[in-house]
Design a protein around this ligand. Structure first.
Ligand code: TXA
Ligand code: MG
Length: 322
């Protein structure tokens, strides 16, 4: 039986406080939340998502003033970033306090923290009155959910409540950066373009592992595992998609309309005018629709490698990894 979907924030907060699991809307993707300070609840998160224990979970807080409950020394640059970008699609990885369970941080000395920019998420955080550990509300490795129904499809039978806040306006996960006294390093490109951070804060070191690296993924940011965000249909990246052969059922995912798309079974154009923000908002839903058609494969064209295009290319590369 699938769990209730609703808009009752008090009920959702109560479930979190009682050690249950609540999926909730954020501006990026839906998160699957548990009380971050309750080890048993966090353990359930890993189980339900089938997530390996080595993949740490982001803690969500309702405002930057709550940082002190999770982090000992907040570097000046992290404070500036919080002022500039919170609430918003930025996760900062900082040295954690001992009260943050090792399970949340997968044994790392650090914790990822963010203040989401969504009224439903913020209300929930305030009502629950505790930091909420929340990975994206999908089964591990699969497509991230950007509306309540997507959560229900993947996890509805395993969780307690889905707090519906409508479709996620940004549509890709937060940008994850590690922040220390000595510098800022990008761990995952996401909803906050790196260019924005550099413009306001200064240089960001970019060491994100590429999906085609042959080295096994170091556990830098395990969302950076080569294979991730993946549909069940084979996904192929191509800047110049070739028309399918007769009898082949092939889907096409593109930023803008292409001149020639005859022969494709389904075509998903993410933005008629090539707007990356619009494309990001519809990206995972489009991938899901194509994945539901039982196609032989999906061909996706790469995005311009700038701004949100960086995050979208990252998701495409990982979705298409063998
Ligand atoms: O937008 C988002 O970030 C969404 C919403 C729900 O907030 N959450 C999300 O969580 O995408 P998840 O678990 O799917 O991805 C979290 C990423 C992973 O790549 C994880 O490895 C990284 O953040 N991460 C979390 N804590 C970390 C830490 N202490 N050190 C390094 N990476 C960390
Ligand atoms: Mg995820």
């Amino acid at each position: 039986m699938t769990c209730p979907i609703g808009t009752n924030i008090q009920k959702a907060a109560e479930i979190v406080r009682d050690g249950g699991l609540v999926a909730f809307a954020t501006e990026t993707v839906y998160g699957l939340g548990a009380n971050a300070l309750d080890v048993d609840a966090v353990a359930k998160l890993f189980e339900v998502k089938e997530r390996p224990r080595f993949d740490p979970i982001i803690c969500h807080i309702s405002s930057a003033t709550q940082l002190e409950t999770l982090v000992d020394d907040v570097p000046d640059v992290a404070r500036r970033m919080a002022e500039c970008f919170w609430p918003g699609p930025l996760t900062m990885v900082l040295e954690k306090k001992p009260c943050v369970p090792d399970l949340v941080s997968s044994g790392l000395p650090t914790v990822g923290v963010r203040v989401p920019n969504h009224p439903v998420a913020l209300e929930l955080l305030r009502a629950a009155d505790t930091p909420i550990a929340a990975p994206s509300a999908n089964r591990f490795g699969q497509i991230s959910p950007t509306c309540a129904e997507h959560v229900a499809e993947q996890l509805g039978e395993r969780i307690d409540y889905i707090l519906d806040g409508g479709p996620c306006p940004i549509g890709v996960e937060s940008t994850v950066v590690e922040v220390t006294e000595t510098g800022t390093r990008l761990l995952r490109p996401g909803g906050l373009p790196v260019e924005e951070i550099e413009r306001r804060i200064g240089e960001v070191e970019i060491t994100v592992q590429r999906a085609d690296d042959s080295e096994p993924a170091a556990q830098l940011a395990p969302g950076m595992l080569p294979k991730h965000y993946a549909p069940t249909t084979q996904l192929v990246l191509s800047a110049t998609p070739v028309a399918p052969l007769d009898g082949e059922r092939v889907g096409l995912l593109t930023l803008m309309p292409l001149d020639e798309t005859s022969g494709f079974t389904a075509v998903e154009v993410l933005s008629q005018t090539g707007r990356l923000a619009e494309a990001a908002a519809g990206f995972f839903a489009a991938m899901r629709r194509l994945d539901g058609l039982g196609l032989d494969r999906i061909i996706a064209t790469p995005f311009p490698e700038a701004g949100l295009g960086r995050a979208l290319n990252d998701r495409l590369r990982r979705a298409s990894a063998p």
